[in-house]
Design a protein around this ligand. Structure first.
Ligand code: RNT
Ligand code: ZN
Length: 419
């Protein structure tokens, strides 16, 4: 037996001692799909024009070489990342990642055909796709207002964009046979103190109602709405606040999106899952890592992420929480950024699947909080890595640090040629 298998068998015995079934945990893990954000691959530039990310209160910093410049390059890079991540997953595409054949097509004119390349690629690789409206990086969003703009012409333009995106998401879901979650985030807000906080919110509600007016079979696509606390240039007021979107989602039966970076710095999205699960059917996560602000750092396996995994697993939410990533770091190899973040999310889920949760809950109910805390601490040093390594090997991806060499090789053979 190989060292890896031997270590796994020993780990399995150790977990069995505390009543945990490792095989069942791995079986469950293999069914979980993470939606990787296409925009990590090119610093949220997209292929609409050569202008790149502008405005919207989000910022990619760094200029690491080798970013994808075409849909083909981005697909190659995503393929590379997927080859380093155990399991079968999804890719989340923003509307600015269209294939326009070199001819500018405005946001209110995009059609499914501009994304056929993505759909064909996803089909060929057994992947699912998710989609996103792009309400930023555009002249008509320059003053920071889109769906809540007081300028009716501008508001209507963005409503048309939303409608186009729903058609595209519906087509993705239809052709791929897996629901395409369509996320809506818009940057609307004021840098300074507003005189009217209500009117933009009324216009936003009206616009969303107009976008979602056509009923679509939920098996093809479903809408998700993403709130935010503040952004660069929307420090004083964000139209789509937490209360706004939570209310909108509950009232209109939409998916509520929770981004780790979109709340007060001492709030965590993990604690919100149980509450929200009582009032909305489904939740979309934008797993991110804010460092001092909504900085969109690469996700790592820290306590926040650990808690997200625990809350999803403990509350049986795997079928109702869509796990997406949302960060964009341009200071490191972008394939590494995807791989580090996704492997971290999978580790947090596996760790949660390996908890003796019934015991922990029992001790809690009995008031034995001493044992609860003591066990939670001991769980951190259980032979988790032997189970994770075995899982990676079984899924045919590099074990442990070995993916780093593979990523570096791609960098040397492919990415260097792009500068
Ligand atoms: C911005 C939101 C939004 C974007 C992506 C690119 O603060 O988090 O989800 O990051 O749509
Ligand atoms: Zn987000």
């Amino acid at each position: 037996m190989s060292n890896l298998n031997q270590a796994f068998e020993l780990a399995k015995e150790r977990y069995a001692e505390i009543g945990v079934d490792v095989d069942a945990a791995l079986e469950k893990l293999a069914t979980i799909k993470i939606s990787l954000q296409c925009w990590q691959g090119d610093d949220v530039c997209g292929f609409e024009s050569t202008a790149g990310l502008q405005g919207g209160g989000i910022l990619a910093t760094g200029n690491y070489f080798g970013k994808a410049r075409t849909p083909e390059e981005l697909r190659d890079d995503a393929n590379k990342a997927f080859s380093l991540i155990p399991g079968k997953h999804r890719l989340s595409i923003h509307a600015i990642y269209l294939d326009n054949g070199g001819k500018f097509i405005d946001r209110d004119e995009i059609e499914p055909v501009h994304f056929q390349g993505w759909i064909d690629w996803a089909k060929a690789n057994g992947l699912g796709l998710d989609f996103n409206t792009t309400f930023f990086s555009h002249a008509k969003a320059a003053d920071g207002f889109t769906l809540s703009s007081a300028n009716e012409e501008i508001r209507k333009f963005w409503v048309r964009h939303g409608i186009c995106c729903r058609n595209i998401a519906e087509e993705m879901g239809k052709q791929l046979g897996t629901t395409c979650i369509l996320n809506h985030w818009m940057p609307d807000g004021y840098k300074d103190i507003p005189a009217d906080r209500l009117a933009p919110r009324k216009r936003m509600e009206q616009s969303l109602d107009e976008i979602c007016a056509r009923p679509i079979d939920p098996k093809y696509t479903r809408d998700a709405v993403e709130c935010k606390l503040f952004g660069i240039s929307s420090e004083s007021y964000v139209v789509g606040s937490h209360e706004f979107f939570m209310g909108y989602a509950i009232k209109n039966k939409k998916i509520l999106t929770l981004d780790s970076g979109h709340f007060h710095p001492t709030e965590t999205i993990s604690d919100k899952l149980s509450s929200i699960s009582l009032f909305v059917d489904e939740i979309l996560l934008h797993v991110s890592r804010g460092v001092r602000w909504d900085s969109d750092h690469v996700v790592i396996w820290n306590d926040d992420l650990k808690a997200i995994g625990e809350e999803i697993v403990r509350n049986n939410l795997l079928d109702r929480v869509h796990i997406g990533l949302d960060y964009f770091d341009a200071t490191i190899n972008r394939i590494a950024a995807w791989t580090i973040g996704t492997r971290a999310v999978l580790k947090s889920l596996l760790m949660a699947l390996l908890e003796p949760i019934a015991d922990l809950r029992q001790w809690e109910l009995e008031g034995d909080w001493t044992r609860r805390l003591a066990m939670m601490e001991e769980l951190r040093s259980m032979p988790f890595s032997s189970v994770w390594d075995y899982y990676c090997e079984k899924q045919g991806v590099p074990v442990g640090e070995k993916w780093i060499e593979s990523m570096k090789q791609y960098e040397n053979e492919v990415l260097v040629k792009r500068s």
